[in-house]
Design a protein around this ligand. Structure first.
Ligand code: BES
Ligand code: MN
Ligand code: MN
Length: 457
């Protein structure tokens, strides 16, 4: 199987130039102005899967953006790996902070710079190219199915229905996902947990119209001040979230598990230096790795209201708004948390204002097994290509569909990602290391080989 190295050497320029073609199509799922581009991107994924040798390649429409499905069944008695990924990307703004245009990929200093380079087009494309290699060399050892969706960044709201309608076709043994990170290029790791998400928007209304802040100021509730007070009360002096019942369902980790988690290589100094902060900030009694991996959070994502234009305007605004998200950990339920937040927020509101809470998409937390055949296969594959056994870690982000796959298909996932936390996903200048892209292509065929091998036993 060392053929994969020579295959990569021979084809890497083509792989990179095809990836750039993929990255050039602005598949921003959140913005309806890009609907046609999202559709073109689905067609690009379809065409690359066809070219790589997949059968039954299909663009499946949904009420939102389409899902690309493909498969290669070599023998019904062999195990089947379902590869999941997403071809949609986050909006590129703020555009002025990019060093080069987000949809004009450049390869510089070993980095592929473009929106979606790491999250998740680059990682999806590793699978397409690894599959191409296995097909062209007659090395595909089991069946494979691909489902590459176009709505992950907006909450995968139509994927649930599509899975339920396609249960038969999606029969398989494990889900393989590359949409997470490793600790460092010389410290491979595999996420064994993802946090859930509850996302809400709030609106606070004071007077029925914007007022002169001199004529009325001091006598009428200012919705911006009230909103700030309410938000400030969401955490106590220990940065513990004060929403009643918020922690009720959280499963506490044993001290042994916490000690294990904290063994992962992590330098607080480097972390602070990288972010240019003189200290970290978070829930008292927990380390940074615990705060992002195993503890739930309450974060403000945006807050606005009143006058924010040039100069000064003396106004007492009628309304103030905020978007808040809560990351959830195992056993918390996003609908319950959203309800607890809404009840608390409404209860807290003082006389003189009205509040409205609008829930957005949510998702459930997951932990993935480390004693499964698929995890072992991923671990062995990474050990083979990185020369080091990967460390199991807890990722702080969310891929809501993972819990849904488990619920609807009864399938566990393996989160074999190849990005780095420093890849600036969702930020200006997102990039993906050429090293990481090629390492993924190299590792994936070993995963298939090991998985097929271990499944026989
Ligand atoms: N790929 C990320 C999630 C991720 C990144 C997990 C890094 C672990 C490490 C995914 O595309 C993402 O951004 N998810 C969103 C949730 C979604 C509902 C918008 C997130 O985590 O905010
Ligand atoms: Mn992603
Ligand atoms: Mn993302």
């Amino acid at each position: 199987m060392d053929q994969i190295q020579s295959y990569i050497n021979e084809h890497k320029d083509r792989f990179l130039s095809e990836l750039c073609d993929f990255l050039r199509i602005p598949s921003v799922s959140a913005d309806s102005r890009y609907k046609e581009d999202v559709a073109r991107t689905a067609a690009f994924v379809r065409d690359s899967l066809v070219a790589a040798g997949a059968d039954h390649v299909e663009i499946c429409p949904t009420p939102g953006h389409p899902i690309v499905y493909a498969e290669k069944i070599i023998n019904a008695s062999l195990p089947t790996v379902l590869v999941y990924g997403h071809y949609d990307v986050q909006p590129a703004d703020p555009l002025e902070l990019w060093d080069s245009p987000p949809f004009e990929p450049v390869i510089k200093d070993g980095l592929i710079v473009a929106r979606g380079a790491c999250d998740d087009k680059g990682q999806v494309f590793m699978h397409v190219k690894a599959f191409e290699f296995m097909m062209r060399n007659n090395l595909l050892p089991c069946n494979v199915k691909f489902m590459i969706e176009g709505e992950e960044e907006v909450g995968s709201s139509h994927l649930g229905d599509w899975i339920r309608a396609n249960k038969e076709r999606l029969k398989g043994d494990v889900i393989l996902i590359s949409d997470t990170s490793i600790i460092a290029n010389d410290i491979p790791s595999i996420d064994v947990g993802l946090r859930g998400l509850s996302y809400v928007e709030v609106e606070v209304t004071g007077p029925n119209r914007d007022l002169h802040s001199g004529v009325y100021g001091g006598a009428v509730a200012n919705p911006i001040s009230i909103l700030c007070e309410m938000i400030a009360k969401m955490k106590d002096e220990n940065n513990h979230i004060t929403i009643p019942g918020f922690y009720d369902d959280v499963v506490a980790l044993s001290s042994a598990d916490r000690a294990e988690l904290n063994k992962a290589p992590f330098s607080l100094d480097e972390y602070k230096r990288d972010l240019d902060v003189n200290d970290v900030h978070g829930e008292r009694g927990y380390t940074t790795l615990e705060r992002t991996g195993i503890r739930p959070t309450f974060e403000m994502n945006g807050i606005w209201g009143g006058y924010t234009g040039e100069g000064a305007k003396t106004v007492l605004p009628s309304k103030a708004y905020a978007k808040c998200s809560m990351r959830l950990v195992p056993n918390q339920d996003s609908a319950t948390i959203t309800r607890l937040f809404a009840e608390h927020f409404e209860r807290m509101a003082p006389e003189g204002v009205k509040v409205k809470v609008t829930p957005h998409h949510g998702g459930e937390p997951v932990v993935t097994p480390t004693d499964s055949v698929a995890f072992k296969a991923a671990s062995m594959a990474m050990e083979k290509t990185f020369g080091k056994k990967p460390i199991p870690t807890r990722g702080g982000g969310s891929i809501p569909i993972v819990a849904l796959f488990e619920k609807e298909l009864g399938l566990k996932s393996v989160l074999m990602g190849f990005g780095l936390d420093s890849d600036l996903i969702h930020s200006p200048n997102e990039h993906f290391g050429v090293f990481n892209f090629l390492k993924g292509i190299e590792t994936i065929p070993y995963f298939f080989q090991q998985y097929a091998e271990l499944s026989k036993a």
